[in-house]
Design a protein around this ligand. Sequence first.
Ligand code: UDP
Ligand code: MN
Length: 265
Amino acid sequence: MSAGEAFVTLATTDSYCMGATVVARSLRRHGTTRHIVAMITPNVSEQSRLPLKDVFDEVIVVDVMDSEDYHHLSLLGRPELGITFTKIHCWTLTQYSKCVFLDADTLVLCNVDELFDRDELSAAPDPGWPDCFNSGVFVFRPSLHTHTRLLDHASRHGSFDGGDQGLLNSFFSSWSVEDISKHLPFVYNLSASSVYSYLPAFQQFGHNAKIIHFLGADKPWNSQGNSSYSHNMEQFVSLWWKEYLIHTVSSAPVVQPKQEQKKLQ
Ligand code: UDP
Ligand code: MN
């Protein structure tokens, strides 16, 4: 057990809290030995916070408009980057020596603790532009120095896509060429879109999937009933719902016996 390392996710809305819960539950189901941390923003309702406290080791409230940080003040004119700055708060978690960030729209399918063998900044290629990494899954080292440098970079250069991914890719700009050990295999961040863009590869390698990323506008929590997901993705969407419903006691129409909970797949 290494208390010095943690998985971290982020939820700034009640819907993303549904996703965050599934991230944590799926990590626990597969026996992680690391801490699991949620960063939430003050607007998240009490109703959404309560279940998070059961499943996360730490729920940390981070304020997008932290007035103690002069960098934020200089960036007030860029409200669309709010989420970006909220995500990079993860570099302030210096109680941990190393962390793995997981978007709230990911689903963990097996134990992925070996990710902590990697160094900052490790991530998988983005399916849309593989010389960029996708920022839904990445390994990083919390550091106030890096955090300040990231904010400084953001205030001077902004983000080329308006989100955290553009900022992180321009900051860690040597990722694509420098060190192949920082390229995570794609199965650690298997996005729904790659099923359409390269179906034969999905058929060949998809069974090795370790982390599914429901990247894009369609999220599993919006999809019950009328899903636009392909047949191949449906299995993962239904797995997501099983994980969500089993552990959401108050709204769970389906409660499986305890001995069944280990084996959803
Ligand atoms: N996020 C959030 N609230 C939002 C949008 C995003 O908390 O309104 C967080 C959440 O952790 C999410 C991540 O930021 O997984 C990145 O956003 P998203 O996953 O929607 O982007 P995509 O992966 O589809 O590009
Ligand atoms: Mn995502």
